[in-house]
Ligand binder design. Structure first.
Ligand code: NAP
Length: 527
C-alpha cells in the first residue's frame, strides 16, 4: 500500500462514547436505574436532569395538600426503606427528602447534571452508540440510553377556547406558583382527578370562594391516614420481616384486584354494573346529600380510571356557601372567568388547571426526539404503528435504548415504584448480558416485540377499560389510539417478565473494531 493512499475509514473508525450509559431523568426512575447499574458494577454513567433539582414528580409537584395516596412502606424503593415518614401516607416534601437520602446513600449526586435538557438522541449505526444533543448545543455520546422520563411528566393545559385570554392568575398544579398570594381570592379549579382532590380542600381554606369544574367524577375511598412517627415508622421501615410482609400484602391485594379487573368482563360480564351501583350507595351514605351524591358519583365502574383516597374532599363541597361544584360543561374561558354551557360566566381571580398530563400522546412521548436505526423518530413510529414497547421497555430498531417507568404498557395500577424497579431491572439485565457477550449493540427482536404488542392488544379487547362499564370515564389508561397505556398484567407477572425475559428475545452484535477501543477520541484501526 502506498503511503499516500487515503484509506476509507467508514467501517474501521472506532469511537469510544463519552459514557457507557446516559440516564435521562433524576426522578425515581433515573435513580432506580442508576442503583441497578451501580450494583451491576457499571459506574461509567451520567444522569441528565432538566430541572434544577432532583426528584422528578416530587420536585416539580408542590401544590398545597400534595401527598401520596399509597403508604410509605410501599411507596419506597425495595432496596431502601422510607424512614422518617410522619404519616402512613406521607406528604410530598417528605417523599422529596426520602429521594435526597437515597441519592446520597448510593453516592449518585456526583453523577447528576442538573439544568441539562436532552433535546434529541440519534443512533449512530457506524459506531453502535447514541449521540445526544443537549439544549445547550453540546453533543454527548453513550453506548446506552435509559429514558427515565416519567409517565406523568408533560403538564396538560385544557384545550378550552379562550384559555389564553384569561386576565387573572393562571396556574397548572405541576407548576405551582408559590410567590402568588391566593388568600381571599375567587379561585376556580378545573379537574377532579387525584391531584385536584388533594388540592381542593386546601384551596377552600384560603379562597373567598372556590368553584370546582368537574367533567368526570372520581371514585374515592376514605383515607386511613394517621401519624406513624410515634414508633410505628421504625417498625414498618426498620423491621425487615414486617416491612416485607406489609409490602407483600399490599402487592398481593392489588394483584387480586387486577386479576378481577382483567377477568371481569370475560368471566363476570354482569358484575360491573352491580359494583358501580354498590359504589354509588356507598357515596350516598358517605355524603348524606342527594344533590351532591348525584353530582359526585361516577357512572363508570370503579377501576376504569385511577381512583384515590380522601377524608376531606367530600366535606369540602358541603360548605355550599363557599364552595360551588359545577358540572355544566365549560364552553370557554373569558377574560374574567369561565363560561359554562348554561350561559353563566363564573367570574374568578385565579384559574387552577388540575388537568393532568399528556400520556402516550404524539409529540410528547417520548419527551425528546429519539431517532433510531432507520432514522425514524420514535414518537412518529408509535403514532404510525401504535404505542408499544417490549415489556414496556424496548423497541426494535431503537437499539441500546431502554425506558424505565415511562414506556407504553409498562405501568400497572399500583405504586409506580414497582414498575420503575421492574423495568430498571430489565434494562440492567439487557446491558449486563450485552457486556458479558462482549457485544456493543442489543436490539429487541421484532417477533418478541410483536408478540408482546399482540398480547397487550388482545388483553385490551374485551377488557373492562374499553367496554361499556368504562364508557365516559376519559381514562388515560387507554390512549388516543384505543390501546391500553398500562400493562394488562399483574405485578407478579411484571416482576417476572422484566427479570426473567428470555435473552433470545434480544439480538446482540458487535463492531469488531470497537472491542479494544481505549481512548475517547476517534481511533483508526490498523489495516
Ligand atoms: P388526571 O387524573 O388526568 O385528572 C385531570 C382532571 O382534569 C380530570 O378530572 C379531567 O377530566 C380534567 N380535565 C382535563 N382536561 C379538561 C378539560 N378540557 N375540561 C374539563 N376538565 C378537564 O390528572 P391528575 O389529577 O393530575 O392526576 C394524574 C395522575 O397523577 C394520577 O392519575 C396519579 O397517577 C398521579 N397522582 C398521584 C397521586 C398520589 O397520591 N399518588 C396524587 C396526585 C396525582 P376528565 O376526567 O373528564 O378527563
Amino acid at each position: 500500500m502506498s503511503s499516500s493512499t487515503i484509506e476509507p475509514t467508514v467501517e474501521t473508525t472506532a469511537v469510544r462514547p463519552d459514557y457507557e450509559v446516559i440516564i435521562v431523568g433524576a426522578g425515581f426512575g433515573g435513580i432506580a436505574a442508576a442503583i441497578e447499574l451501580r450494583e451491576a458494577g457499571i459506574h461509567d454513567f451520567v444522569m441528565l436532569e432538566k430541572h434544577d433539582g432532583i426528584g422528578g414528580t416530587w420536585y416539580i409537584n408542590t401544590y398545597p395538600g400534595i401527598a401520596v395516596d399509597i403508604p410509605a412502606v410501599f411507596y419506597s424503593l425495595s432496596k431502601m426503606p422510607f424512614t422518617s415518614s410522619s404519616r402512613f401516607f406521607p406528604p410530598g416534601h417528605e417523599i422529596q427528602q426520602y429521594i435526597e437520602r437515597v441519592v446520597d446513600a448510593y453516592g449518585l449526586r456526583k453523577k447528576i447534571r442538573l439544568n441539562t435538557t436532552i433535546e434529541s438522541a440519534r443512533w449512530d449505526e457506524r459506531n453502535y452508540l447514541w449521540r445526544g444533543t443537549l439544549a445547550s448545543g453540546e453533543e454527548i455520546t453513550a453506548r446506552y440510553v435509559i429514558g427515565a422520563l416519567g409517565l406523568l411528566e408533560v403538564a396538560k393545559l385544557p384545550d378550552i377556547p379562550g384559555i389564553d385570554t384569561f386576565a387573572g392568575h393562571k396556574v397548572h398544579t405541576a407548576r405551582w406558583d408559590h410567590d402568588y398570594d391566593y388568600t381571599g381570592k375567587r379561585i376556580a379549579i378545573i379537574g377532579t382527578g387525584a391531584t385536584a382532590l388533594q388540592l381542593i380542600p386546601e384551596m377552600a381554606k384560603v379562597a373567598s370562594h372556590l368553584t370546582v369544574f368537574q367533567r368526570t367524577p372520581i371514585w374515592l375511598a376514605p383515607k386511613p391516614d394517621f401519624r406513624i412517627d410515634w414508633g410505628l415508622d421504625r417498625v414498618l421501615s426498620g423491621v425487615k420481616p414486617v416491612r416485607a410482609a406489609v409490602r407483600g400484602a399490599i402487592a398481593s391485594g392489588i394483584d387480586m384486584g387486577l386479576i378481577g379487573a382483567l377477568l371481569s368482563l370475560r368471566r363476570m360480564p354482569k358484575a360491573m354494573p352491580y359494583v358501580t351501583r354498590a359504589g354509588g350507595a356507598m357515596y350516598k351514605l358517605w355524603l348524606r346529600d342527594e344533590e351532591l351524591a348525584e353530582k359526585l358519583t361516577p357512572t363508570y365502574a370503579p377501576g376504569c380510571k385511577r381512583p384515590s383516597m380522601s377524608n376531606e374532599y367530600f366535606k369540602t363541597f358541603k360548605q355550599k356557601d363557599r364552595v360551588s361544584l359545577i358540572t355544566d360543561a365549560i364552553e370557554e374561558i373569558t377574560e374574567k372567568g369561565v363560561r359554562t354551557a348554561d350561559g353563566v360566566e363564573h367570574e374568578i381571580d385565579v384559574l387552577v388547571c388540575a388537568t393532568g398530563f399528556r400520556v402516550c400522546e404524539r409529540g410528547f412521548a417520548p419527551a425528546f426526539h429519539v431517532y433510531g436505526e432507520t432514522g425514524e423518530e420514535l414518537g412518529d413510529y408509535w403514532h404510525e404503528h401504535r404505542y408499544h414497547a417490549y415489556q414496556g421497555v424496548s423497541v426494535p430498531q431503537w437499539p441500546n435504548l431502554f425506558m424505565v417507568g415511562c414506556g407504553p404498557n409498562s405501568i400497572i395500577p399500583s405504586s409506580i415504584l414497582v414498575t420503575i424497579e421492574n423495568t430498571a431491572a430489565h434494562a440492567r439485565r439487557a446491558i449486563v448480558e450485552t457486556r458479558r457477550r462482549g457485544a456493543t449493540k442489543v436490539d429487541v427482536n421484532r417477533q418478541a416485540y410483536d408478540d408482546w404488542a399482540k398480547f397487550c392488544t388482545d388483553r385490551t379487547e374485551g377488557s373492562m377499560w374499553v367496554s361499556t362499564p368504562c364508557a365516559g370515564s376519559n381514562t388515560y389508561y387507554v390512549n388516543y389510539q384505543g390501546e391500553l397505556a398500562i400493562r394488562p398484567t399483574t405485578g407478579l407477572n411484571q416482576w417476572w417478565g422484566n427479570r426473567h425475559f428470555p435473552v433470545r428475545h434480544y439480538t446482540f452484535s458487535t463492531r469488531p473494531a470497537l472491542i479494544n477501543a481505549r481512548t475517547r477520541e476517534p481511533e483508526l484501526a490498523t489495516t
